[in-house]
Design a protein around this ligand. Structure first.
Ligand SMILES: [Zn+2]
Length: 683
């Protein structure tokens, strides 16, 4: 639930590059976003623009919340697998203290494995949840441990020396059948006993289900989220919950979280925020899930604060039964630049509606822009780091969402970092037709993506009206409703991206920004997005369908004038925009037609559009795009090094907080391990 779906699949968007100042963009590009790449992963960094302009109280609050976030780091490791902390302390010890040859090829393999484990908060791949297999031998592992005499290896229980530790860890690291998968979703097997996560011990799926069937209240309109914050175990033949709370399981880390949250509460921005923080503290102290619900209601009500935090056991993807939640924290501050830009667009919503190419009777007489919220991540931890969501939509409890609402935000600086990498990386050189296109993408790509997202959200979905007596699109357009709705919102954005109005408003420097967006939209819609498909598949996901629909329709209608052209060079395919003005007119035509379909509820026309243009793909292109991505060595998954908030003290008094951006993943991981190792090796 936490991912802002519309945003996730939308074209990547940026939010922080100032629009009028060249200087700002240059400054942004000096910052190295991508700092490491290994296996199927790349390591990026994000910035927090405007941090130094915050008040001391705000910086102090962000610092305390960041410390609270990191205090729970060990929890996610232990939740992911019972022996992850033992593994991590061992790997950290070797990386720091190994005295043998660090230039040996095997050592490089060991380091790559260690970085993969760090990235995934444990020995299972963060996405597939399959066990990561080392590409070095058991014998070499022995050599590494023996060659690190100064390391403080994790000894516990019967594991009294390094030799015993090696024997204990060998099957855990090297045997593919031990703890093979963290989250098993296969049908027909016991999901609890076949998953390697640490949410259950000694119980079967049937026992878990029986336990909650017995404890759930029937017909409760406001149920707690059963099992959210505990491990379910069998002790002396009885099934019991070991609750994650102060004094309970993970108590040592939770006490440190509470310590920092109490400091945060002391410098809260306003009473609503303080109330929410105090309820979160009370919940961590008692483990009471009713208090957790009260906290969520208070958190949803706090909409005014500049600073916000998600901290707790939040998402349940790690539990195949969807009950127990992984620890995560995202500390954020409102994105003032994006907020200004979005407000500028929202303020002109009526102008955009009046000047839209849709039929007059389908226009709203009074339109209000939808307020989209963009935040800047300041610190992420637990399940949200190093791999991060780009949007957050919480809380998860259905009845709280229905009765009290929810908060939905986009993480602007994270998206911006992705855009920076995309526009600078080798993919743009591989897939763009010429230097002009490449330069334009590098210079304007991130801003273009940001404006597209802003307009899609703020004026796109808000535009247009249904004819009197016509049912909702879900009723009239049925399974095609969401593809057509996303296409409509995209088309509003695309149409206006080539309008001088945006230049006059000061949100973009020239129409070159619009051209950059047209290039990238067409390239992505007709070609690059196909890399997500398995060979033989057609498009199913509605955002992917809508993009191809828009681009393929425009290509066909403009074929006589070669508005969009498929070109070949050295056996490679390219999709090139030849005429931006004509393409804009075609986008306007399609927008008018899709608005008509929506306003009139014309199912047959909607179905024909989607089925004819949005579904079928050329399998040759699927193979080609995957092969070309593979050749340029583009890593499919990204994660982030977090910024470091450094307090400036005068005696006992905090007088400022400085921000640093570490650029070495290895050092960053070792440092987090040192600073926030708060739990025992086995919990
Ligand atoms: Zn949308």
């Amino acid at each position: 639930m936490n991912q802002f779906k519309c945003m996730v699949m939308a074209l990547a968007a940026a939010t922080i590059v100032g629009c009028s100042g060249e200087g700002k963009e240059k400054k942004g590009s000096d910052f190295e976003v991508k700092v490491d790449q290994f296996a199927d992963l790349q390591i990026l960094r994000y910035q927090i623009p405007g941090f130094k302009d915050l008040t001391l109280q705000q910086k102090e609050l962000l610092y305390y919340l960041s410390e609270a976030a990191n205090a729970g780091r060990d929890i996610i490791w232990d939740q992911n697998y019972k022996y992850n902390l033992v593994v991590r302390h061992t790997l950290d010890g070797i990386v720091e203290h190994y005295q043998g040859d660090r230039n040996a090829p095997e050592f490089a393999k060991f380091l790559e494995y260690t970085k993969r484990v760090w990235f995934s908060n444990g020995i299972h791949h963060h996405y597939s949840t399959k066990k990561i297999m080392p590409e070095f031998t058991e014998a070499y592992f022995e050599t590494l441990v023996a060659g690190s005499p100064d390391a403080r290896f994790p000894l516990f229980g019967d594991i009294k020396d390094a030799t015993a530790l090696v024997a204990f860890l060998k099957p855990i690291l090297f045997d593919p059948t031990v703890a093979a998968k963290r989250v098993n979703q296969e049908a027909g097997v016991d999901l609890v006993t076949s998953s390697a996560n640490n949410f259950y011990e000694g119980v079967t799926q049937a026992e878990v289900e029986a336990y909650y069937a017995a404890s759930k209240k029937a017909n409760d309109p406001t149920p707690i989220w059963y099992g959210l914050n505990s491990k379910l175990v069998k002790e002396d033949g009885k099934v019991v919950e070991k609750v994650w709370k102060s004094g309970g399981m993970y108590g040592k880390a939770i006490d440190r979280i509470i310590f920092w949250l109490e400091k945060a509460s002391g410098v809260a921005e306003n009473p609503k925020q303080k109330k929410a923080l105090d309820l979160l503290i009370a919940y961590y102290k008692s483990g009471d899930l009713k208090t957790w619900d009260e906290y969520n209601i208070a958190w949803v009500a706090d909409t005014e604060s500049m600073i916000d935090v998600v901290n707790g056991f939040i998402e349940v993807y790690g539990d195949p039964l969807g009950m127990r939640a992984s620890y995560e924290s995202v500390v954020s501050v409102r994105d003032m630049e994006a907020t200004k830009r979005i407000k500028a667009i929202g303020d002109e919503a009526q102008w955009f509606e009046d000047n839209s190419p849709i039929e007059a009777s389908h226009k709203k007489e009074k339109v209000t822009g939808i307020s989209a919220k963009v935040i800047l991540a300041v610190q992420e931890a637990g399940d949200a780091a190093p791999s991060t969501p780009i949007g957050i939509n919480l809380p998860n409890s259905d009845w709280i969402r229905k009765d009290y609402g929810s908060k939905s935000v986009q993480l602007g600086n994270i998206v911006h970092a992705y855009d920076e990498v995309a526009s600078k990386g080798s993919a743009i050189e591989e897939f763009a037709w010429n230097k002009e296109e490449i330069d334009r993408a590098r210079r304007y790509g991130p801003l273009a993506g940001a404006l597209h997202t802003d307009m899609h959200e703020v004026i796109g979905h808000a535009s247009g009206q249904l004819n009197p007596g016509i049912g909702t699109p879900k009723e009239t357009l049925k399974q095609y409703a969401s593809t057509l709705e996303e296409a409509r919102a995209d088309l509003v954005a695309l149409y206006y991206l080539m309008d001088k109005k945006l230049v006059e408003m000061g949100v973009m420097p020239s129409l070159e920004v619009g051209k950059a967006e047209y290039d990238s939209y067409i390239r992505n819609a007709l070609f690059l997005q196909l890399r997500r498909l398995e060979n033989g598949d057609n498009l199913e996901e509605s955002h992917m369908r809508n993009r191809q629909l828009v681009a393929a329709w425009a290509m066909e209608k403009g074929a006589a004038n070669k508005v969009i052209e498929k070109k070949m060079r050295d056996g490679k395919t390219y999709f090139v925009v030849n005429d931006y003005e004509k393409l804009r007119v075609l986008f306007g035509d399609l927008l008018r037609e899709i608005q008509r379909i929506k306003s009139e509820g014309d199912f047959a026309a909607g179905q024909a559009l989607v089925e004819n243009y949005g579904v079928k793909v050329d399998q040759g292109l699927v193979r080609e795009v995957k092969e070309r991505y593979r050749k340029i060595g583009s890593a499919p998954y990204s994660g982030f090094i977090q910024p470091k908030l450094v307090p400036v003290m005068q005696g006992e008094t905090l007088v400022d907080v400085k921000i640093e951006y570490p650029d070495n993943f290895e050092k960053h991981m070792l440092e987090l391990g040192k600073m926030y190792s708060l739990l025992p090796y086995i919990n």
